[in-house]
Design a protein around this ligand. Structure first.
Ligand code: MSP
Length: 641
């Protein structure tokens, strides 16, 4: 049976759009989750929204909405963002859902019944935006909130309390016996010394607002944020319901990881395990607390307008450069700074130059020296080859170790070290010199094979990180699915090679000045004209070069040697032309006969798997569907412009 793996993000406050800081956590978890999937684990990835609290109520009022309408809108926006980032979550929990509220009510009553929660009175310094009480010693200057720096007010009210002090010793023992419960080590030490100072019982209910889960036995109180929020990790698994199979499988499974930002570590490292001890639920999770993305001049702050949102970055640069930057720039145990210069440099140097160029150069050489086809060579022993092979194997291991320890930035560095080594291999073996000497053809063949084999390994390791580029890499190298798996990470698994005849660079180089200026304006919230990157623009005369007409499909059949291809005979009036298209997963030949489709006539004819193709049928595509463009009123040969 497969080992299980359950990973969670914090649930986000619906206090507005999510910025690249919160987005980071979700991308990080997505990458780890995809990695575990690649390794063959049975994974479950949970994210969601933390939708109760006074602040939500206040913001909704300001917007003229009910709190429910407000959180519905934000949840919708958040899901759209995760879609845009291609986040593969399995469940999206919202604390306003019935499945969650029922469990929180039960948990609260149980803790109350067994006297782990008692009624008292709370007086403290309260920061409304952060929804947190602080003791006097924790406050900043002039009684300001130690987290956000805004003023606090003294609030006194009846409140239920969770007995943290009762569990202090047990918690310290637990942390001691489970040395990897909290990582990084430095954060664990902070938690331990905090506990050792002595824990105050925690206020867990409020009477001053009502946007929350009502306490069953005393409805004047709503459950205060942390018992509500933390329970999401098990309510989403059906804990305490008739169908708790997910809870049994994943919570009690092999590996459970909560990824949190450093600011909420304490809640997860102290309150949550104590809640679980009191509820007699096993503490199966491990915590990883990451640092923060900062701006050059300090914390990201919505109120000060110093904040970066992911959407405009993705729209302008694409998904992969954004994912890459976020994952690569934040060190394992520290903070990172988002700067325009670094963003452009990472995209240009790491992605376009080092990685993109390696792929492009390799394909171009195989086209030039071997007309895109290369047989698998006999193994040989040149020292350059051995070094490259060794480095590739070492990289797989180093990548795995780092990923298993959640050191994603370091794991990415390992891949790039192999990218550099592979580029160096080209310099060492000088294929352009080998190509001049017919006797060196076998050497040249071996060098090309080794390059593709190293790049294939790089592509597999990149699958959890660069979603589109890794797919494109396999496509351009024509690498079949069974050679894209973790199990296929063995040197020499690759057979004969047939690369694309028309390689496209996967990462265009950015113009440094333009893009740094664009990003600086974006960071300063200046209105930025939406302008595509120069290299993507074409002139109308470029478009006019295409000869596009209506073609009527007269005959269609499956390609004899390739499952994915169809071969059509199409009347374009000037002649009946034969076109090969990769659409057989979406259409049967019978469905296509009689269709009037859109055809590019003046593409250079090519042989595709041995069959001549004289043009291209246009089709639109998304992740699920492909649809051939077709017309009704027009006739074969009619021009399209
Ligand atoms: N609702 C609570 C979490 C409850 S979990 C049971 C919460 N929400 S939050 O929306 O304020 O923050 C969510 C996450 O975003 C936290 O892990 C926080 O550390 C993270 N980040 C917020 N700003 C960040 C950066 N600038 N950089 C990196 N992460 C940041 O807290």
């Amino acid at each position: 049976m497969k080992e299980t793996f359950y990973i969670t993000t914090p649930i986000y406050y619906p206090s507005g759009k999510l910025h690249i800081g919160n987005t980071y956590t979700t991308v990080l978890c997505d990458t780890i989750n995809r990695y575990k999937n690649l390794r063959g684990f049975d994974t479950r990835y949970l994210t969601g929204m933390d939708e109760h609290g006074q602040k939500v109520q206040t913001v909704a009022l300001e917007l003229g909405k009910t709190p429910q309408e407000h959180v519905d809108d934000i949840a919708e926006d958040t899901k759209k963002l995760w879609n845009m980032l291609d986040i593969q979550y399995d469940d999206f929990i919202r604390t306003t859902e019935k499945r969650h509220k029922t469990i929180v009510k039960q948990i609260f009553e149980k803790l109350l019944d067994q006297d782990d929660i008692y009624l008292g009175e709370y007086e403290g310094y309260y920061c409304m935006p952060d929804e947190s009480f602080f003791t006097e010693t924790q406050l900043g200057e002039n009684h300001t909130c130690p987290d956000c720096g805004r003023p606090t007010t003294i609030v006194k009210e009846e409140s239920y309390f969770l007995r943290l002090s009762k569990y202090e010793k047990r918690l310290l023992d637990f942390i001691d016996k489970n040395p990897d419960f909290i990582t990084p080590e430095s954060r664990k030490n902070e938690v331990v010394s905090f506990i050792k100072q002595g824990l105050f019982d925690l206020s867990v209910s409020r009477t001053s607002f009502d946007w929350g889960i009502k306490v069953i036995s005393n409805p004047a109180h709503v459950v205060y944020v942390w018992i509500d929020a933390l329970s999401n990790y098990i309510s989403a698994l059906g804990y305490g319901t008739d169908d708790n199979s997910l809870y049994e499988k994943y919570w009690k499974g092999d590996e459970v990881i909560h990824v949190v930002g450093k600011d909420i570590l304490r809640f997860h490292a102290i309150f949550w395990p104590i809640m679980l001890m009191a509820l007699d639920i096993p503490i199966t999770f491990k915590l990883y607390a990451h640092g923060w993305y900062m701006m050059k001049d300090g914390k990201m702050s919505k109120s000060k307008g110093k904040v970066v949102y992911p959407e405009p970055l993705i729209e302008r640069y694409g998904l992969d450069p954004v994912r890459y930057y976020l994952l690569r720039e934040l060190p394992y145990a520290g903070d990172g700074v988002f700067t325009p210069e670094d963003f452009v440099a990472r995209t240009n140097f790491d992605l376009a130059n080092d990685f993109g160029n390696l792929l492009n150069r390799t394909i171009n050489m195989i086209n030039k020296y071997f007309d895109s086809n290369l047989e698998k060579p006999k193994p040989s022993n040149s020292s350059f080859d051995e070094e490259l092979i060794q480095k590739t194997q070492d990289t797989v291991l180093a990548f795995q170790t780092n990923m298993d320890e959640l050191k994603v930035a370091a794991a990415i560095q390992e891949i790039w070290s192999l990218v550099s080594r592979t580029n160096k291999y080209i310099d060492e073996t000088t294929p352009w010199v080998l190509a001049k000497d017919e006797d060196k053809k076998v050497d040249l063949q071996r060098v090309m094979y080794n390059l593709v084999e190293a790049i294939r390994h790089i592509g597999i390791l990149l699958r959890p990180i660069l979603l589109e580029a890794s797919e494109e890499l396999f496509k351009q190298l024509n690498i079949s699915e069974h050679l894209q798996t973790w199990e296929s990470l063995k040197w020499g698994e690759l057979g004969d090679i047939e690369v694309t005849k028309s390689p496209v660079p996967i990462f265009p180089r950015l113009d440094k000045e333009t893009e740094e200026e664009y990003l600086t304006n974006l960071l300063n919230n200046k209105v930025v004209p939406v302008k595509a990157i120069e290299e993507d623009l074409i002139d109308i005369s470029d478009f006019a070069k295409l000869d596009i007409v209506v073609g009527e499909i007269l005959e269609c059949a499956k390609h004899p040697d390739a499952d994915k291809l169809l071969v059509s005979k199409i009347n374009t009036l000037d002649k009946v032309r034969q076109i090969v298209s990769g659409i057989s997963a979406y259409y049967t030949p019978e469905e296509l006969v009689g269709k009037k489709v859109v055809v590019i006539k003046n593409l250079k004819p090519v042989k595709i798997r041995g069959i001549l193709s004289e043009g291209m049928i246009l089709a639109g595509k998304n992740k699920k569907d492909l649809e051939v463009l077709s017309v009704n009123a027009l006739n074969a040969g009619d021009k399209i412009s």
